[in-house]
Structure formats: C-alpha cells, structure tokens
Design a protein around this ligand. Structure first.
Ligand code: ACO
Length: 321
C-alpha cells in the first residue's frame, strides 16, 4: 500500500492588519477582554476584491516551491473552505486553473474549522487506494466576508488566510491516521443566518456567522479531549510520544486545555492564534507551516493535528513529518 507524506508546506496572510485597538473603535469591546478570553491580539483581513482563491494561490505556490514540484506533478487538488469565491465552480477548480494544473480531480470540502483535517483525511484515502501520487491540500478562508462587523461576540475572533501542503506517495506512512466526526444536532450553536437555498433573513445582505460561544467552548474542550484519546489508542501511542500539537487556533484557552490533556508543555504546542486569530479551515495548515519554516518541527517528528468547528465537526490527523 502507498501512504501520504508531507513534502512541502506554505501559508499566506493578506496585508491588512486589524488590531484589538482598531476593534475598540468599532464595537463595545476592549483589548483586555479579547486577550484574556481568546488570546488574540491581531488578525489579517483581505481588501475588497481579494478572494479566498487569491490567498490559496499564494499559499499553494509556496508549498509547491518548498516541495520542489511543478503543476504537472499534482494529480489531486482539495481545498477546504467555508468561504468559496463562488457557489460554483469550486475554489479547487479555480485554484487548479490559476496554477496550471489539469485533469486530476479537484473539489472543495466544507467542514468549517475542521475543513483542513477533513481534507487530509480524504486525501489520505486517495493515497491508500493508489488513486493519487501527489496532492495539493489547502485550507483557505476569507471569513471576514461573512462576519457582522457590528457583532462583538464574533467579529473580534476571526481572520483571513490560507495554508497549503503538498503530499507525496511514500512506502512508509507520513499520515499515520485520520479521525473524522460530525454531529449535526448541534448545527444551531455555530451557524450562518440563512444562505443560498434558505435565503437571507429580512434586512440581511449576507449570511452572517452566529455563535453561542460559551456552549461551543465547552463542547470543544470536551470533544477535543476525547479525540486525543481516540487518536493515541488507534495508534498504540503514549502521550509522551507526541512531539508537537498543531491545533485549530480558535481560542488560547481551548488549546491549553488540549495540551493539558496530552501532558504537553505549551513549548511543544504551535500557537498562532495571537497573531492570526481564528482563520477557520486555514488555521491548522498555517500553524503547521509556521513551525516547519522556523525550524521547530523537524523531519521524523510525530505531530497531532486537531480541529473543532461548525456542524459540529471535529477531527484529528496523526502525522510523522
Ligand atoms: N467584548 C467584550 N465583552 C464581550 C465580547 C467582546 N467582544 N463578546 C462577548 N462579551 C460579553 C458577553 O456579552 C457576556 O456578557 P454578560 O456576562 O454581561 O452576558 C460576557 O462577555 C461573557 O460572554 P461569554 O460568551 O460567556 O464569554 P466566553 O468566556 O465564553 O468567551 C468566546 C467567548 C471567546 C467566544 C469563547 O466562548 C470561545 O472561544 N468559544 C469557542 C469558539 C470556537 O471554538 N469555535 C469553534 C470554531 S469556529 C468555526 O467553526 C467557524
């Protein structure tokens, strides 16, 4: 059987920075509240006219360069996003065109903040089935386009960005296992108000994000604790064998709780939430790339990637880098 191994990574942030001080001028909030409750100090936002595919393209080019591969080498493109450029074609098809990739399957995955972990899980199956030899897997979002910038309960949390990995076929597993879950019973706790088929509520011009933050917080902590156990058990691993936790970056306190569950000191956890905010499907691949490029994550390290998001969806990927 053939397995997937991470060959190269990249990430891209838009230029515009929005600080907590900027938000203090927009809604009734404070730098102190945002930092204490979430750990976030800044987030990056796209300009008008800048799209998810623009960010995905830049991240992908960096990942392909790091992997030393060209467009002709890629036989599968998966983009995890909640904020596609258009209803259709998929952002993956738009990205394929930008990069000059042709012929192989290209499709989007929508699992909100868990999207990238879902995308890795799906890509893994392609490799194990012998259907892909080299894949581009991307998490890219422009969440700022579906944020109500007058709603302090959501607008302080989110940012835009993209992260990408190139996976190559290998005789030894790089993706050791992936674990994907969902429970739609909780859809009402983290959702958009309306959409394409439902239509928009009276007076709304966009389907804005709505979240019962406190309830989501409690579920996230509990569920991520469980998926840590599930992942370790499935691989017969002890907690001490995990070198790095690369978590979804929603909230510093949630990340800390998962690290505690693993018995990992925070020095072994990749944390980008302070600078990036919550970039939904982009957060895990961006954090991964940051820690690979700054030399913290080394070849041979064992990484636990995990995420929790709207749906609810949640998942993990155990990776030998
Ligand atoms: N500034 C100041 N006060 C605020 C703000 C703000 N930006 N937002 C809310 N408050 C107030 C509330 O109104 C409330 O006031 P009250 O006590 O007078 O009613 C108080 O602060 C406490 O509100 P809580 O919602 O209980 O605050 P909490 O400590 O839970 O923090 C937060 C809120 C940061 C949203 C947290 O609940 C959280 O991180 N939740 C999980 C988010 C997450 O993981 N989402 C999943 C991924 S996202 C995705 O899939 C798209």
């Amino acid at each position: 059987m053939s397995y997937a191994r991470i060959q190269g990574t990249g990430h891209h942030l838009p230029k515009r920075v929005l600080t907590n001080a900027d938000l203090e001028k927009m809604v009734d909030t404070s730098d102190q509240w945002i930092r204490e409750r979430t750990g976030i100090s800044t987030r990056y936002l796209v300009e008008d006219g800048e799209t998810t595919c623009d960010l995905a393209e830049q991240a992908s080019r960096k990942a392909m360069q790091a992997a030393g591969v060209g467009a002709d080498d890629i036989d599968l493109v998966i983009v995890a996003t909640t904020t596609p450029d258009r209803v259709f074609p998929s952002t993956a098809c738009l990205l394929q065109k930008r990069l000059g990739i042709h012929g192989g399957p290209a499709f989007d995955i929508q699992a909100v903040c868990t999207g990238f972990v879902y995308a890795l899980g799906v890509a893994d199956k392609f490799f194990r089935a012998g259907s892909s030899r080299r894949a581009l897997v991307v998490g890219a979002e422009t969440l700022s386009k579906i944020i109500d910038w007058t709603d302090r309960t959501t607008c302080v949390l989110f940012g835009d960005g993209a992260g990408a990995v190139v996976l190559e076929a290998s005789d030894t597993p790089g993706l050791l296992s992936t674990h994907l879950h969902a429970d739609g019973d909780f859809e009402h706790l983290l959702t958009t108000r309306g959409g394409v088929s439902e239509g928009l509520p009276d007076g709304a011009d966009t389907a804005y994000v709505h979240m019962k933050g406190n309830e989501v917080f409690k579920m996230a902590v509990k569920t991520l604790g469980r998926i840590v156990d599930e992942t370790l058990e499935a691989n017969g691993l002890e907690k001490s064998q995990i070198d790095w936790l690369v978590p979804h970056q929603a909230n510093y306190r949630i990340i800390e709780a998962t690290a505690r569950k693993l018995g990992l000191p925070m020095e072994r956890v990749v944390v980008t939430v302070a600078e990036h905010g919550n970039t939904s499907a982009a957060s895990v691949p961006m954090a991964l790339d940051v820690a690979i490029r700054d030399g913290r994550i080394q070849r041979g390290d064992t990484l636990l990637l995990e995420a929790f998001g709207g749906g609810f969806t949640w998942g993990s990927a155990l990776v030998r880098y």
